[in-house]
Write a protein that binds this ligand. Structure first.
Ligand code: ZN
Length: 138
């Protein structure tokens, strides 16, 4: 059995425990800094192992951008959402990615998953927050 040299180098570079679940939250630490807590779970062994990273907000944004670029380059992103119009961006943080601007199921407004802000885009300006039987979509 032979392997391409490149494959061996790649396998060595990416060797290690494979954490197969992840969650992230934004919060404030004891020093008053806004930070991102990233919880990773390794569930392949006999018991789940968790690993937590606390990352500066700027580092987390850099990480997101690196991941977005890596996924795009590798073609593994499952339908990266389109951007909403600039006028519909989150007024708090400027987020424009549709998949992170989520319409409420039962109210006419959007929650930004990047910063948690709730707002009404243009098309909901007149009915913001009113009950709905079905969520809107972008
Ligand atoms: Zn936002």
């Amino acid at each position: 059995m032979t392997h391409e040299p490149q494959t061996n180098a790649d396998a060595r570079r990416f060797a290690g425990a494979v954490y197969d679940d992840a969650n992230a939250e934004i919060g404030t630490n004891a020093a008053g800094e806004r930070v991102v807590r990233i919880d990773l779970t390794y569930g392949r062994g006999t018991g789940a192992v968790e690993y937590t990273l606390i990352v500066a907000l700027d580092a987390a944004i850099a990480l997101r951008n690196h991941l977005d670029a890596a996924f795009a380059a590798a073609g593994v992103d499952d339908e990266p959402g389109a951007d909403v119009d600039p006028e519909d961006a989150c007024p708090n943080c400027g987020e424009r990615r549709q998949d992170l601007l989520v319409w409420f199921e039962n109210a006419d407004q959007v929650q930004c998953e990047s910063c948690g802000h709730v707002y009404a885009p243009r098309r909901a300006a007149k009915t913001a927050g009113e009950p709905r039987s079905e969520p809107r979509s972008w």
